[in-house]
Design a protein. Structure first.
Length: 258
């Protein structure tokens, strides 16, 4: 199947703000197959692994995942690295590959979502298997990067997905952004609704991953792991085997010297 392109993609030069303003035929146009109606089977076969764009699927309709800016991506990537360190020290779950999709059967239909970060606890009824290319259960934790380039991107994460994840049974849902006031952290109650996780002294503490905690300001500052080793918020799981092996060897050699 040949790729679908728009006049914008076919242009030999990157567009400028003025060139876009002068071409109203591009306003509101999907970049490619966004909003195309396809079967779920066709989605998994033709669009799920599409390398250039990331599509989700909503009741038969393709949805292109809104792109976030680079600063927001870095916030999300910092938390991903923190989760990796936590799960290495506290192996109570597994983190899926970035964008690994999962199927949500909802009362009003079926959707397939691809969170930026998805975590599966070891006690989840559906384990995350080593050769999985999509997750066949419901994530315990989902993290999304908020795209604010247009209002539809904001609504997508803060309204649509929030309702879907709560209905499907995702225990915790985080929305990340480069601006702290646009971040949100939710935990699911026994009634099946999300309530905000209230920070304590500026620290978010996960309920679904006991022991995982992080300062809100650190999401923006993104300190290096070695800077967190002696920090009481992170000392229990960040680089618990610090100092590195090389430094350990140097220390042992120093002990042997007369």
């Amino acid at each position: 199947m040949s790729p679908i392109t728009t006049p914008l993609e076919a242009s030999p030069c990157p567009p400028t703000a003025q060139s876009l303003a002068d071409r109203p035929e591009l306003w509101g146009e999907p970049r490619s197959a966004d909003a195309l109606m396809v079967s779920e089977h066709t989605y998994w076969i033709q669009y799920y692994r599409k390398p250039d764009l990331r599509y989700e699927w909503h009741n038969g309709r393709l949805e292109e995942e809104p792109a976030s800016d680079d600063k927001t991506f870095l916030v999300c990537n910092w938390l991903r690295d923190l989760l990796r360190l936590f799960l290495r020290t506290q192996p109570i779950g597994w983190m899926a590959a970035p964008g690994m999709g999962f199927r949500l059967p909802l009362p009003d239909g079926t959707v397939i979502r691809r969170p930026q970060i998805g975590v599966v606890r070891n006690d989840n009824p559906q384990p995350l298997l080593p050769l999985d290319t999509s997750y066949h259960g419901v994530y315990d934790l989902c993290v999304e990067a908020l795209s604010d380039q247009e209002r539809s991107g904001i609504t997508h994460e803060t309204v649509t997905k929030q309702a879907e994840y709560a209905a499907a049974g995702v225990s915790e849902y985080y929305i990340l952004h480069r601006e702290p006031e646009r971040q949100a952290f939710f935990t699911r109650t026994t009634a099946g609704v999300y309530v905000p996780i209230a920070p304590q002294d500026g620290v978010i503490r996960s309920r679904v991953l006991p022991g995982l905690q992080f300062r809100l300001r650190d999401l923006i500052a993104r300190p290096a792991p070695e800077a967190l080793h002696d920090d009481p918020v992170y000392a229990g799981f960040v680089l618990a085997d610090w100092p590195p092996e090389q430094e350990q060897q140097q220390a042992r050699q120093a002990d042997l010297e007369p």
